[in-house]
Design a protein around this ligand. Structure first.
Ligand code: PLP
Length: 399
């Protein structure tokens, strides 16, 4: 199928040329949006053979759809995994993965700085099924080891973590997981496979909110899981099919298109973020900046070891308390005051009252999400304009 030897090609080429697909039925270079819920069988025998597994073929879009599969092939390819499975949201992907490993009475270990929805799933929803997350500070590996017992079914790590960009050493955690014979699942939403490839560092499964950088344009909500074929087949057959959290063909198509520019977008997000992080670091009204690319980041060395770049997310604390933060967010103009991230547009938000409002005040304090912490998703605009915008908004704050 492939036109060139993609084994030797670089990542940006892989993004554009993808898994080498053109549409098998028509030769269309852009995969068609197969907007169909059901697929006709050629005969009664054909239908029965597909159901029994003797023949391959499409049945019903909850069970499989060519546009969805094109997105899955591409993501498996870019993450360096055997197979992938798309979901209707990042949360559908994450919840299905946890349920695929855990039964009532089981537990799993995760880092304690997580996307707010993931934290809510872990501490509010899963306990209803007697499945318990042990959220610990994973920057200290001893915490992970001592949280594992004979009912621990997986280790779940988000790195860099949302919103404080805390980084966990994936190679070390991968070794701990292997020693205990449990899988390591990594949320790779922030870095994307362009900057971090967890499967090569020892992870077994990668999950994404594809809503973010994978789609990249703020127009699609979706999730993806990448791993071994045997695992993905089980997830598809028993969790996607039965729990039903599927992606639509249109959204799968938007993600295939988004992936073509992943490399060029991530480069620009990062270049802009590096400039903004350095600008904020020395701003008199800024107390502290969290960006993995700054030498002041507590896990800067681990970032250098396991990531090929630092990404486009920045968190910073401003002086002058919560009022100053509100003033900043109400004054800024190019940055849109909105949650989500990874869009071509720059976004600004307040984790404590927005994305991480699922954390209790005590939990917020424990993971270092203060009332004055502001999160930026740096877009691909001209960096001069973004810095001018921040500069004007910061000028309006009294500290
Ligand atoms: C947004 C996000 C999620 C949840 O994904 P949805 O697509 O919103 O369901 C999970 N993890 C991280 C790191 C996120 O930023």
């Amino acid at each position: 199928m492939s036109k060139i030897n993609l084994k030797k090609a670089h990542f940006a080429t892989l993004c554009v040329h993808g898994a080498g697909d053109v549409d098998q039925a028509t030769g269309a270079l852009s995969i068609p949006i197969y907007q169909s819920s059901t697929f006709a069988f050629k005969s009664a025998k054909h239908g029965a053979n597909i159901f029994s597994g003797e023949e391959e073929g499409y049945v019903y879009t909850r069970i499989g759809n060519p546009t969805q599969e094109a997105f899955e092939r591409e993501m498996a390819f870019l993450e360096g995994g055997e197979a992938a499975l798309a979901f209707g949201s990042g949360m559908a992907a994450i919840s299905s993965v946890i349920l695929s490993y855990c039964q009532a009475g089981d537990n799993f270990v995760s880092n304690n700085t997580l996307y707010g929805g993931t934290h809510s799933l872990f501490v509010d929803t899963l306990p209803r099924f007697n499945i318990h997350a042990r959220e610990i500070d994973s920057t200290n590996l001893e915490n992970i080891i001592s949280a594992i017992d004979d009912k621990t079914r997986l280790i779940y790590i988000e790195t860099p973590a949302n919103p404080t960009l805390t980084i966990t050493d994936l190679k070390e955690v991968g070794e701990i997981a292997k020693k205990h014979n449990i899988p390591l699942v990594v949320d790779n939403t922030f870095p994307t496979p362009y900057f971090q490839r967890p499967l090569e560092l020892g992870a077994d499964v990668v999950v994404h909110s594809a809503t973010k950088y994978i789609g990249g344009h703020g127009d699609t909500v979706a999730g993806i899981v990448v791993g071994k074929k045997e695992y993905i087949d089980d997830l598809r057959g028993n969790f996607l099919r039965d729990l039903g959290g599927i992606i639509s063909p249109l959204n799968a198509w938007l993600l295939v298109r988004g992936l073509k520019t992943l490399a060029i977008r991530m480069e620009r997000h990062q270049n802009n973020a590096v400039k903004i992080a350095k600008y904020l670091q020395f701003h008199p009204k800024v107390k502290q900046v969290w960006y993995p690319g700054l030498t002041t980041h507590p896990q800067h060395d681990i970032a250098n070891k396991q990531m090929s770049g630092y990404g486009g997310m920045i968190a910073f604390e401003i002086k002058g308390g919560k009022k100053a933060g509100e003033k900043l967010m109400n004054s800024i103009q190019l940055f849109t005051l909105a949650v989500s991230l990874g869009d071509v547009d720059s976004l600004i938000e307040h984790p404590a009252s927005m994305t991480h409002s699922t954390y209790s005040p005590e939990e917020l304090a424990e993971v270092g999400i203060s009332e004055t912490l502001v999160r930026l998703s740096v877009g691909i605009e001209d960096p001069h304009d973004l810095i001018d915008d921040l500069s004007l908004a910061l000028r309006k704050i009294n500290v």
